[in-house]
Design a protein around this ligand. Structure first.
Ligand code: NAI
Length: 212
């Protein structure tokens, strides 16, 4: 397997989709698939698929196609899904609680350790078995519990201050749901989920009746 250093972000962003389709194939008992067949179900061109998967070398064979299980596993490894991550949710409102209630992230190795909030009415409550702790105790908790990822679900006015505190506590990654662009040092990995941007894109498609 080649090193991953030069793989472009565009390829990396396609990997979860490959993995999702491969999981479906595995569920259906499909053990091997050609890039042409994969192209039909996934919607990328066969040459795009070959090019993407060539980055990791050795999974496709002329006349055989891809070994679905091997490719699924390899992509999981490349994505770092072969390990566990300790996570905390900061902001235990509607969205924070919804994420805490969603058990699938846990199945993929993202372990929700605790939630933090400043609202005294929420502190002490549990979502499933995940406790909502006073945000004042966040730094201490991160250090003591080897937290890897902070999930920001506060209102946007508070998000940067929360990010600064996570950074100071040596968090490795931030998954930000607040609709604001955060400023974090390069050593901290940041991924934003701006649901409203996706929704407004849908609005555009509806308005202009675009089907491509
Ligand atoms: P919410 O108001 O229900 O929850 C926000 C929570 O953050 C509150 O419980 C508040 O006490 C807490 N909080 C505020 N400052 C804090 C701090 N410094 N430390 C810890 N906790 C703090 O809001 P909701 O609906 O859950 O939204 C959360 C964020 O996600 C917002 O930025 C919102 O724009 C964004 N968002 C929400 C969506 C939704 O469907 N609810 C969808 C997309 C984005």
């Amino acid at each position: 397997q080649k090193g991953n250093a030069k793989i472009s972000m565009a390829v990396i962003r396609r990997l979860p989709k490959y993995r999702r389709y491969l999981a479906e194939l595995l569920d259906r008992g499909v053990h091997r698939i050609s890039s042409r067949e994969l192209s039909k179900i996934i919607g990328f061109t066969a040459s795009q698929i070959r090019q993407d998967l060539n980055n990791f070398g050795g999974f496709g064979q002329q006349g055989y196609g891809y070994n679905v299980a091997a490719l699924y596993e390899a992509i999981g490894k490349i994505l770092g899904l072969d390990r566990k991550y300790n996570t905390i949710i900061v902001g235990a409102g509607n969205l924070g609680q919804a994420i805490a209630n969603y058990t699938n992230f846990e199945k993929s190795g993202f372990i929700p350790k605790a939630m933090f909030d400043i609202n005294p009415k929420l502190i002490g409550l549990k979502i499933r078995d995940i406790e909502i702790i006073d945000a004042d105790k966040m730094e201490e908790y991160i250090k003591e519990n080897n937290v890897d990822i902070g999930i920001i679900c506060t209102n946007k006015e508070q998000a940067q201050a929360v990010a600064d505190r996570l950074v100071k506590s040596n968090i490795k990654g931030i998954w930000n749901f607040a609709p604001t662009d955060l400023d974090v040092p390069e050593k901290v990995m940041l991924e934003n989920v701006h649901l409203s941007e996706s929704l407004y894109t849908l609005s555009f498609l509806l308005k202009h009746n675009r089907i491509d």
